[in-house]
Design a protein around this ligand. Structure first.
Ligand code: IMP
Ligand code: MG
Length: 181
């Protein structure tokens, strides 16, 4: 076992499962946005692997951009407060925005981003999330494209971190409880 995997309790979603599902999402998005001006907006840093794979499976033109927000501290529960660290710096009126996010948890982050961007009147606004934890939802927000619904529990890998670690795992795993308790 690699050093990186020592604190992983078990694999929740394998590399193969993730790639298969991301490809399916990309096929659907390619159909839905065939006659649109797609702008993928990745939310850094967690969406990075998902964004990179999703965009390469698309069969239509897509522009990409990034935002960075912070809501989590180094723990496993959201602080509920969202701050914009990096904003889009070009007008978005002529684009159909698809926000690309790693996980939809309480929904606070995406609800804030939706408010923040709606003022700039994009042509349309939709959300693609790799993971969705519906049990934990507090904000009134839902994903338009969702890779996997997962039960409550802290996951890492494929972009998702615990205290900035584990993002570079190619699969999604459940972190051992003793790591964060
Ligand atoms: P929300 O604002 O509560 O929906 O939280 C969204 C953000 O919380 C995500 O972009 C992740 O950065 C982080 N997050 C939520 N659940 C997890 C998890 O299980 N593992 C790692 N990060 C998580
Ligand atoms: Mg995060």
């Amino acid at each position: 076992m690699h050093e990186l995997e020592r604190n992983i309790d078990h694999v929740l979603l394998s590399e193969e499962q993730i790639q298969k599902r991301v490809r399916e999402l990309a096929e659907q998005i390619s159909k839905d946005y065939a006659d649109k001006q797609l702008l993928l907006v990745g939310i850094l840093k967690g969406s990075m692997p998902f964004m990179a794979d999703l965009m390469r499976y698309l069969t239509i033109n897509a522009k990409i951009d990034f935002m960075s927000v912070s809501s989590y501290g180094n723990g496993t529960v959201s602080s509920g407060q969202v701050r914009i660290i990096l904003d889009l710096n070009k007008p978005i009126e002529n684009y159909d925005l698809l926000i690309v996010e790693d996980i939809l948890d309480s929904g606070a982050t995406l609800a804030y981003i939706r408010e923040w961007l709606s003022i700039r009147k994009p042509r349309s606004f939709k959300i693609a999330t790799l993971l969705d934890k519906p049990e934990r939802r507090k904000a009134d927000i839902a994903a338009d494209y969702s890779g996997f619904e997962i039960p409550d529990g802290f996951v890492v890998g494929y972009g998702l971190d615990y205290a900035e670690d584990y993002r570079n795992l190619p699969y999604i795993g459940i972190l051992k409880r003793e790591v964060y308790e």
